[in-house]
Design a protein around this ligand. Structure first.
Ligand SMILES: Nc1ncnc2c1ncn2[C@@H]1O[C@H](COP(=O)(O)OP(=O)(O)OP(=O)(O)O)[C@@H](O)[C@H]1O
Length: 365
């Protein structure tokens, strides 16, 4: 059996706060998701070595960084970890090239790979910035240089703590494809802290939900986002369906792309998509309507036949809402309705229904 990418079980008291977290992740990008103060940064600090846990272990791809039972606690500089924080923290007096190579100097000479710099420049699209100093870079460019610097230290794991939180939407959009390439093309696993669900939905392969110092749930992203039992818990992600999609064609006249997904086809109003492109789409549970028959004479373009697979507990104020999971062509689609609507339609497990999704509600995170 292959070792998990991350194997963590730690207990540590910080004042009144108890971090008591354990999870294993097989993911290339493991997102730590949770409310402010839930313990995400504390967990990153335990992995990074800034917090020495009172008990527990931290293993990365089978390598032990911490095992208190065996008296093993590697100091931070021996852990070979790369860090990217909310602010880029570049050296202002050094050029981009010097900032990038700063990390490289700490790699033992025998392990340095000469082609690494070219790979990093290409991956992050920063080759044209080498001579500039950080003062002449945009926030997004600074952050890409910070990622490059961390990568050039050839870490065994990259820790990214809210790396996009300080950027505006345009800069975030510019940097996200680079993080996707990093996830898919470089063999370095990533721990990514975020409380932004769109980032998690787009980037994560595994999600760890952190709740008051504990791990509330851990699993593949689509599974965690669609779990009905999590949907009503405070601090847990709002229920949504995440689907792998491929663009079939693009209707120029109406600016509509047709997407094939395992749950069925969707038309979405999104420019700049080209046939063959692969992407993730997300549909919030509250953006889906249900009908007992295929509706006629509506504006909705996306109507998917399915069956009720699971009905969750009632939640919301006074138990006014209910989450349901449909089976659409073998794929799960989560829906949030008022309890009254569910009762009016006499919804029960196994009942055939039609899910209606407005094109403008299909998100491409
Ligand atoms: N040194 C400390 N002494 C006492 N309490 C601490 C200490 N460090 C952190 N805490 C508490 O531990 C809890 C978790 O903090 P942490 O920064 O890990 O949360 P977080 O999920 O990263 O939050 P945010 O998203 O706001 O950054 C908080 O309640 C915080 O006040």
């Amino acid at each position: 059996m292959t070792e998990p990418v991350l194997d963590i079980a730690v207990r540590h008291k910080l004042g009144d706060f108890l971090l008591d977290a354990s999870f294993r992740s097989q993911g290339r990008l493991t997102a730590l998701f949770g409310a402010s103060g839930s313990g995400k940064t504390s967990l990153v600090n335990v992995i990074g070595g800034l917090i020495r846990p009172q008990s527990g272990h931290v293993r990365v791809e089978g390598e032990t960084l911490v095992d208190t039972a065996r008296g093993v606690v590697l100091p931070p500089h021996r852990r070979r970890l790369g860090y990217v924080f909310q602010e880029a923290r570049l050296f202002p007096h050094l050029t981009v090239r010097q900032n990038l190579l700063f990390g490289h100097w700490f790699v033992p000479r025998a392990l340095r790979k000469p082609a690494e710099l070219d790979m990093v420049l290409d991956l992050l699209g920063i080759g044209h910035l080498l001579k500039r100093r950080p003062g002449a870079l945009s926030g997004g460019e600074k952050q890409r240089v910070a990622i490059g610097r961390a990568l050039l230290a050839q870490p065994r794991l990259l820790l990214m703590d809210e790396p996009l939180a300080a950027l505006d939407e345009a800069r975030k959009a510019e940097i996200l494809p680079h993080i996707e390439r990093l996830r898919d093309e470089v063999g370095i696993p990533i721990v990514y802290v975020s409380h932004a669900l769109t980032e998690v939905a787009r980037l994560a392969t595994t999600v760890v939900v952190v709740e008051a110092g504990r791990v509330g749930a851990c699993g593949p992203t689509a599974e965690i986002l669609s779990r009905l039992d999590l949907a009503s818990r405070p601090g847990a992600p709002e229920a949504s369906t995440l689907l792998a999609a491929e663009v079939v064609d693009f209707d120029e006249a109406f600016g509509l792309a047709r997407l094939a997904t395992p749950a069925g086809e969707f038309a979405i109003a999104r420019g700049a998509l080209r046939a063959g492109q692969r992407l993730r789409v997300r549909i919030m549970a509250s953006d889906v309507m249900l009908g007992l028959a295929p509706p006629e004479g509506t504006s909705a373009l996306n109507i998917l036949p399915g069956r009720i697979a699971e009905i969750g507990e009632r939640s919301g104020e006074g138990g006014s809402t209910v989450h349901l999971r449909l089976d659409c062509a073998g794929e799960a689609l989560v829906v949030r309705l008022t309890a009254k609507s569910a009762a009016n339609l006499a919804l029960a497990v196994g009942k055939p229904v039609y899910a209606i999704v407005k094109s403008v509600s299909v998100e491409t995170p």
